[in-house]
Structures are given as structure tokens and as C-alpha cells.
Design a protein around this ligand. Sequence first.
Ligand code: SAM
Ligand code: SF4
Ligand code: SF4
Length: 385
Amino acid sequence: MSERVIPIISQPLGNLPVPEILPADAWQSGQALRDQRNRPLRDLRISVTDRCNFRCSYCMPKEIFNNDYVYLPHSALLSFEEITRTAQSFIELGVEKIRLTGGEPLLRKNLEILIGQLAALKTLDGHPLDITLTTNGSLLARKAQALKDAGLKRVTVSLDGLDDTIFKRMNDVDFPVSDVLEGIEAAKAAGLGPIKVNMVVKRGTNEQEILPMARYFKGKGIALRFIEYMDVGATNGWRMNEVMPSSDILKLLQAEMSLMPLKASQAGETAERWGYLNEHGKHEEALGEIGFISSVTKAFCSDCNRARLTTEGQLYLCLFATQGYDLKPLVRSATDPKALTQAIAAIWAQRDDRYSELRVSEPMTDNDAAPSSTKRKVEMSYIGG
Ligand code: SAM
Ligand code: SF4
Ligand code: SF4
């Protein structure tokens, strides 16, 4: 299986006059921007590289992402200045939070420079941006302090178990757990908090790590979030019977720990939050919290306010999209920043995506693969998680 996987070809937007998509007066500066389902644009995820030093089987399986795989050439990547200019346009449309991702974002050289540039931007209300980063943690011990100094607020670290054999099998590059834990400690020491840890649960692969992970992070001031294994991309051979529903994970945890549901801290939050109860049955914040990201069994499309910008400047409106919009020509022409903002507004205004909601409405059986209508979905390592 050495089939070359080409990221989904995007719809070129550069030469498309914006009024063809949206009447020129349909969105004006200062006006609230809403998509077709009345969802605002608040959260921008920026992928800064399509490369990674891990080969997690659920994301960049080795058989496909091997030595023959052709990554984007450096000239195709948006420069830090171009990313910052694009981020500014998104902010004018209501974005308040930016998450840097990838591939592995810490592989992008001099990332601190980009973080410094983004940290200088202000939201429409004049507040600093909420800037965060999702990483596999492999380079975090080395980089945490520099990232903090540059203006990064917090990090999310992915870790799929505490058992070395299981974790190494999942990252498929023999990377040890201890180095990721060291990265988490370094992030904590640098003040990059509150820290979140993401664990993708694959039934039959790492479900035995659920309880050890919960025990380990309880009381450490770190939120542990369990992510249902998703049918993103087209290369991971996803099957429904490998998904462990959040409800099953919760049951497993509740057999040992007392938990209570917590209110969402903000609209559009991806995780359902649960807190620990102390021995008096009262919620105790200091014990930390657990989160569930149930993208397969419980859709949260109705308030999804997230847009995704790929490494080469394409805008995706949904994690499961089969097509993006090429912003690069507009970003690179740079003659009229308003044209870029208008284009993004136009694209957002006609957004109607709700992949998970539609999938949840069609019950799946154990052996089901991802719906065939979406076989050409964009890869997670390209679009960013
Ligand atoms: N390399 C970084 C990392 O692993 O944290 C950032 C990019 S990664 C694509 C972002 C997140 O997506 C990670 O937490 C990863 O576990 C998650 N992810 C990737 N493929 C997934 C899948 N098929 N199902 C659920 N989560 C997935
Ligand atoms: Fe790399 Fe993150 Fe994908 Fe794993 S999940 S292969 S660390 S991009
Ligand atoms: Fe948002 Fe798409 Fe996920 Fe629904 S499926 S929550 S629209 S990214």
C-alpha cells in the first residue's frame, strides 16, 4: 500500500470576485457575521506544517506517509507575515481564539516569531487573543519557555497512554512516554496553562490506558480529554467497531471515581466537561477535570464556530470537508487587505457544514466504514486538528 495521497484540491478563490458569492453590502465592518446556521466565527485553527515526527496510525499511517510521500515545498507555505495578515482579517470578522496546529507545529522553524506576531494582535473588543497550540509534546521540554516568552498562553498535549509499549505502537516511531511527560512538566513550569491532555481512544488498542491516565492526571491541575476515534481523512481505515463511545469511557471511570457534569465554559466548546467530587460529595476544582470529545456519537455542529487555515493558505469550514477555498492568491497579492476580509466573510456567510450531525442521524453498525460520500475528506495532518 504505497498509494500517494494528495491533499484535497481546493476551489481556487483568488480570481473569483467576492460579489459573485456575497452581495457587496451583505457584510460590513462592525456587523455580526453569521453562517447559514446562525453560527458566528470565533475560533481559527492554523496549521503551520504538514509534517510530523510521529506516525500515529489514526492520523498519518506509516504505509501512506512513508519516504515516497511528497510534503508541501517550503515555497508553498504561508510565511509568518502572511499568516499574521490572514489572522488579522479573521479577527476583524470576530475571531478571538487562535490554535496553532499541524502536522506537528513545533517542527516549524522559529515558531516563536509567529507567536510573537500573533500575540501583538487584539480582538475586536481590544483584548489580547487567546493563543494556544496543540502538540505531540516531543519537542516541548526544549521549547516551552521560549514559546511562553513569545506570548503563547497555553498548550494542549496529545498523549494516548502511559504504557510505553502501547504508546510506542500508537506513535509508531518508538517515542517514549517519559519524554512527553517531561514536556508537560516543562510547559507547566513555564506557566503555559491551563494545560489540556488529549487522548484518542481506539477500542482494541489503548482502552486499557483510560483509567491509568485518569489516575495519573487527577489532582495535577491538568484537564484530561478523551477523544472518540474519528473518521477524519481517508487513510486511517476507520471502522465504527474501533470507536469507544464517550458514554462507555464515562461508565468505566465512574466505577472508580466520583464525577459530576460541569457547565460549558464557553459557547462552541468541543468537550463535555466533568469535575471530580471529594469525599464529602462536593465538586473539588483542585482535582482537575475530565473532558469528552464525542465527535462520532454526539454531534456538536450546532454551535461550531471554528474555521481552519491550512499550511498553504486554504480555508476549510469543517474538519470533515472535502473541499477548501484557496485564500493564498488574495493573501499574497496583499494590495487590499479588505478584499481578503470580504472573501472570508463571503465564504463564512454561505457555510452550511454539519458533518457529525448528519452522521449521527444515520446510525452505524460495528463494521461500518466512513460514509462513502465523504471518502475524499481532507487529511487531519494537512488541515490541522
Ligand atoms: N501533532 C499535534 C498533536 O498530535 O497534538 C497536532 C496535530 S494533531 C492532527 C491534533 C489532534 O488531532 C491530536 O490531539 C490528535 O490526537 C487528534 N487526532 C488525529 N487524528 C485523529 C482521529 N482519527 N480521531 C481523533 N483524533 C485525532
Ligand atoms: Fe503527528 Fe499529531 Fe497526527 Fe500524531 S496526531 S501523526 S502527532 S499530527
Ligand atoms: Fe464543526 Fe464540522 Fe465538526 Fe460539525 S463536523 S462540529 S461542523 S468541524
